[in-house]
Design a protein around this ligand. Structure first.
Ligand SMILES: [Zn+2]
Length: 175
């Protein structure tokens, strides 16, 4: 058995603390690159198996990094939820304005508040996790109704309103 093989065979015992290198083995490890590399691996693997071998100087920063990343994500999520609430209110307001007659000579029609607030609730659910640019896109959808204001005078005002909301939500889901 060569010295390399002898060292290799003894590595697990030495790594686990059951044995110690002899002077000859130590000398060989100091001079043999192959054995030195193997010993590095075996001793590192043995260290991983012992909890006391965990280096807090190495583990600590990584753990902190993860915690910080998680906090950042949570802050971002909170911000987006707040934005979604604002957009929900803006959407409700936009729908409200669309329902108000542009030319004020007719009697004021009843505003479908239920539809508007339902739309806002839907928006809240849909927009969680959205990017600001996408929020803008949804706002633009409500700012520029494709239906002319005169069409709102028809009897199916509520139906029209809901289809518009659905279209906005659909375009939202597809983006
Ligand atoms: Zn060797």
């Amino acid at each position: 058995m060569s010295m390399c093989e002898a060292c290799s065979d003894r590595m697990p015992a030495v790594a686990s603390g059951q044995s110690e290198w002899s002077v000859a083995e130590r000398d060989h490890l100091a001079g043999c690159r192959d054995c030195a590399a193997e010993w590095k691996l075996v001793s590192a693997a043995a260290a991983l198996g012992r909890s006391v071998a965990v280096d807090p100087g190495v583990i600590g920063p990584r753990l902190l990094e993860r915690v910080r990343a998680a906090e950042h994500q949570e802050r971002r999520r909170r911000w987006l939820r707040r934005s979604a609430q604002v957009v929900g209110l803006a959407a409700a307001a936009a729908l409200f304005l669309m329902m108000v007659p542009r030319r004020g000579n007719g009697p004021v029609r009843q505003v479908p508040v239920t539809a508007a607030s339902e739309a806002a609730d839907l928006q809240l659910a849909e927009l969680d996790g959205a990017a600001p640019a996408e929020l803008q896109a949804v706002l633009a959808e409500f700012d520029e109704p494709e239906v002319p204001a005169s069409a709102l005078d028809g009897p199916d005002v509520e139906g029209l309103d809901v289809s518009q909301v659905e279209r906005a939500l659909r375009s939202w889901e597809e983006s």
